[in-house]
Write a protein that binds this ligand. Structure first.
Ligand code: GAL
Length: 304
């Protein structure tokens, strides 16, 4: 059985490679997208792996995961802008009802993290293959750690920008393939990254990390009654001994299942990134406050 804080295994007992990921529900099946880091560390500081691809795993119960392959790799960009030295991180996928396409946004960078942009790719089914439609800087702004948020009306890219000092909410075009130019800022100069967001009752909650690279730091939750303004940092939702390091993890996504919210964490192993672990922890909401206690088993045993 997979355990929080450790590497997880798929239905063939192979280590799951889906770091910086997210889980999308589509027609009763779950799809877990994430970075495949199954290569040896390299680079001047040995703190990177060559680009392998974006993995997809699928599951009917969120417990047993079946590998669907690399849904994005070096060959997914016909213009040849992706290679082994590219950084492609934190893939997030949403379904566009209007175009009936699955749209993936990822952090796209050069090995030195100077480009600070996004890769946008589409597929007509959740298991891909995804084709790159653009590599861009949203509204000309930097974008490193990022996520997507979709509601009935719009979708937004939420990204660390301005040298990771400030988070931007950038509205996406109707086809979700670009940004419209409309954007708002959150946490100005507060240096937050690894953004996650979810709505509960009449609050929009975010859980973010500080900016310390692969090394863990205390997560903070924030809240606002408004999606696009007023996010206020409140407190660290973690409990007990692991609190100061987010249980040695970093947020990557908030997954919602049966009206419960769960925080997905990466447990980075900077010296051997492919062995980085995962956690999925239940979020306890109490009106305006959040608590995320540690549990050993993913989903706290709550999902059947
Ligand atoms: C972290 C970020 C990761 C990765 C890493 C590289 O801050 O959250 O996604 O980019 O830095 O050092």
């Amino acid at each position: 059985m997979n355990q929080n804080g450790h590497i997880w295994f798929d239905d063939l007992e192979r280590p799951i490679q889906a770091h910086g990921g997210m889980i999308l529900e589509s027609q009763g099946r779950y799809y877990w997208y994430g970075e495949n880091k199954d290569a040896s560390n390299f680079g001047h500081n040995q703190r990177q792996v060559p680009f392998v691809g974006i993995s997809c795993y699928s599951s009917s119960d969120l417990k047993v995961w079946h590998y669907e392959g690399l849904v994005l790799n070096e060959n997914s960009d016909l213009e040849g802008r992706i290679n082994r030295t590219s950084v492609v991180e934190r893939p997030k996928v949403v379904f566009n009802r209007q175009t009936q396409m699955f749209v993936m946004w990822c952090h796209f960078d050069d090995a030195a993290y100077h480009f600070a942009g996004c890769c946008v790719a589409i597929a007509d089914c959740p298991t891909g293959p995804f084709k790159v439609v653009d590599i861009l800087r949203p509204n000309g702004k930097e974008s490193r750690d990022m996520t997507l948020f979709q509601n009935e009306k719009k979708a937004y890219l939420i990204h660390s920008s301005d040298m990771n000092k400030t988070i931007y909410f950038s509205e996406l075009t109707e086809d979700y393939l670009n940004t419209t130019g409309f954007m708002t800022k959150a946490f100005v100069d507060q240096e937050r990254e690894a953004p996650t967001i979810f709505q509960h009752d009449d609050w929009f909650f975010m859980i973010t990390s500080g900016c310390t690279g692969w090394h863990p730091n205390p997560a903070l939750f924030s809240r606002s009654h408004f999606l696009l303004s007023g996010q206020k940092l409140i407190d660290n939702p973690c409990q007990g001994v692991g609190r100061k390091t987010t249980y040695d993890g970093q947020p990557t996504y908030v997954l919602e299942v049966d009206q419960h919210s769960y925080l997905m964490l990466d447990h980075w192993h900077p010296d051997d990134l492919r062995s980085s672990g995962y956690s999925i922890l239940p979020i306890e909401t109490n009106g305006r406050d959040l608590r995320i206690p540690w549990v050993e088993i993913p989903f706290g045993g709550q999902v059947n």
